[in-house]
Design a protein around this ligand. Sequence first.
Ligand SMILES: [Zn+2]
Length: 324
Amino acid sequence: MSPGRRIRPGYPAAMQSVKRRGRAVADRVVEQRVAQRVAAASAGRRGRGLVLLWHRVRPEGPGEDEVVRSVATADLAEQLDVLRELGDVVALAELEHLGRRRRPAFALTFDDDDPGHVRETLPLLRARDLPATFFLSGRWRTAAGPYWWEHLESCARSSGVATVAAALGLAPTTDVRALAGALTGTPGSLRLTSRATGGSDTMTRDQAGALVAAGMEIGFHTFAHPSLPSLPDAALRAALTAGRDELAAELATPLRRFAYPHGHADARVAAATRDAGYLSAWTTAKRVARADDEPMRRGRWDLGHLPIDRFRTTVLRGLARPWD
Ligand SMILES: [Zn+2]
C-alpha cells in the first residue's frame, strides 16, 4: 500500500467510484455512437440521403443584427466531420440518382452570393476533399449590389430598426429579423435594393471563379431573389432566367440546377422552373432524398444553427423519417 493511501484512506475508494462513473459514461457514449452508425448504415441500405443547406459562414458566428444568421466556421467544420462519420458526402448529381448503398449519402449546398463561401467554406471543403453546389445570383455583375436583406441590415445598423420600419410603413418593431419577415415576398423588399447605403460585403467575380476552379458546381438562385410564388407568370418566367446565361458564360460553367429564393415554391413555380430547363430545383422543405423525388420540389435541411450534438441527432432522425 502506498503512503498516500495510508494518509487519506478514503481517497482511493472515492477515486475508484469516480473512475467507474467516468467509464460508464464513456461506455454509453461509445454505445450511442455505435447505435448511430448502425442506424445510419440502415438508412444507406434503404437508399436514403439528405441534402444540407448553409447560407453565411463567418469566423465569429452569428450576430444579433443579422437577418440571415451566420454559422461559425469552426461549427461548419464540426458539422462536415459528423456527416463524413455517418455517411458519404457526394455531389448533388449523384444524390439525385441514389441507389442502395453501404452508408447514407449527403450532399452539401450553399446559397447566395456570400464571400464567406470562398473565405471560410472552400478551405474546409478542400481540406476534406468534399464536393458541394453553390447556388449563386451573380450580383457582382451589375450595380444593384447586395441582396435586399443586406440593404435592410445596412439601413438598420445606420438608422435603427424602428426608424427603418416606420420609413417602410410597417408595424413598429426593433427586431430586424421580424422586419425582414414582414418584407419577404413583398414589393417593398425589392425596392430596398434601390436604397443602397453601402458597407455590405458581397461576393466578387474572382471569388465565384475560385469556386469553379476548385471543381465546385454552380447553380442558379435568381438575380433579384424574389419570393417566386408572389410573381405573375411573365415576371416568374423572367426571374427564372434573367442573368442565368450571362452568369454561366462569365464563369464558363453550365447552371443546370436551381434553388428557390427563400425556399418558396408551389406547383405553378415548379412547372415554370422545369420549363426554364433546369434538371432539378431545391426548396427548404425537410425531406429525405430518394431517387424518385419530384425533380422540381426536392428538399434541403438548413441545420447550421444547431449545436453539434443536436445537429447529429437531427440528421439521424431525418434519415429515419418515413417517406414524405
Ligand atoms: Zn437565398
